[in-house]
Design a protein around this ligand. Structure first.
Ligand code: MN
Length: 311
């Protein structure tokens, strides 16, 4: 049990019943292949969030007043498959409580579970995948739930749009739909990439944001940094437009690999998360009811079995 709240916000804005937003930490790093430490990501993110000022100048809002419930962290570690399963069930449970569900990892394999849950609860889901890596391997090192496979399932079951990609294996070219990919080297010279990406998105959009999509000069603390990434203001401009034009149904942020001597990455992650919430709820009054417009999943599609019947 913990009385800790997201960003140290007052308890009155942190109760499950009244919060529109749920934040689920997933401190998992079982399959990463190079630098370990993404399991420390949620803690570093939460610490940085507590030291962040919670008035957003750009939108003129204090989005935390919509209510942010900090869920218990998912600590399952027994196998990559078990983690994905637990994430899937937990995320789905909160979606079915009509919450705006957000997840902070952890390594990218957890997104297999988050995307599966959103895809079962929203029609015609687009997954907007912002990442340096294609993550399209069907299987890697003996598991379909490896971080290198994060969006393979999404490529088969959703409208997967990939942005910022600059590292992949030749085998992934056979899975990748190049019409739906924006490579970093093209984006650098294309002033219309944001408009073109938005045109490729359906109405219901889930965002999976791997922090290594950002340039290592502003986000060094990630497991696999790649040169040539996105910068802060172009990222915000893009996200703001996506939130304004589409029904963003939820998002996850993954792959913060904190280092004790380098706090700016933790702080960037905290700020990015808060910015995304601010964009989502811009124009929403605190007293407005939240309607995520989720659909009840068809019986038999999922193994999910609700433990509580209060929704
Ligand atoms: Mn990546």
């Amino acid at each position: 049990m913990t009385t800790k709240t997201y960003a140290g916000i007052p308890q009155q804005y942190a109760a499950l019943e009244t919060s529109k937003i749920v934040l689920i930490p997933v401190p998992y790093d079982g399959t990463s292949t190079w630098q370990k430490g993404a399991d420390k990501g949620p803690e570093a993110f939460l610490n940085a969030s507590e030291n962040m000022e919670v008035y957003d100048i750009e939108t003129g809002t204090e989005v935390y007043k919509q209510g942010v419930y900090l869920a218990e962290a998912i600590t399952e570690k027994s196998s990559p498959e078990a983690v994905v399963d637990k994430v899937h069930k937990t995320v789905k449970e909160y979606i079915l409580r009509n919450k705006f569900v957000t997840i902070f990892g952890g390594e990218h394999s957890i997104s297999i579970g988050t995307i599966r849950a959103f895809n079962e609860c929203f029609d015609d889901l687009t997954v907007l995948h912002i990442d340096a890596h294609a993550d399209l391997r069907k299987e890697y090192e003996g598991s379909k739930c490896n971080h290198a496979c994060a969006v393979y399932e999404a490529s088969q079951t959703t409208n997967l749009i990939q942005v910022g990609i600059r590292s992949m294996d030749v085998a992934e070219t056979r899975v990748m739909d190049e019409e739906k990919v924006w490579f970093a080297h093209d984006m650098a010279h294309d002033e219309y990439w944001m408009d073109n990406v938005i045109e490729a998105l359906g109405d219901n959009v889930f965002i999976t944001f791997d922090l290594d999509a950002l340039d290592p000069s502003i986000m060094p603390s990630t497991g696999t940094p790649e040169p040539g990434g996105l910068f802060w203001y172009e990222t915000l401009e893009f996200l703001k437009e996506v939130f304004a034009q589409k029904n963003v149904v939820g998002f996850d942020i993954v792959e913060l690999c904190p280092r004790p001597e380098e706090k700016s990455s933790d702080f960037l992650a905290a700020k990015l998360y808060y910015k995304m919430l601010s964009y989502k709820f811009e124009g929403t009054n605190e007293s407005d009811e939240f309607e995520s417009n989720f659909k009840e999943p068809k019986k038999g599609v999922s193994k999910f079995n609700s433990q509580s019947d209060d929704f």
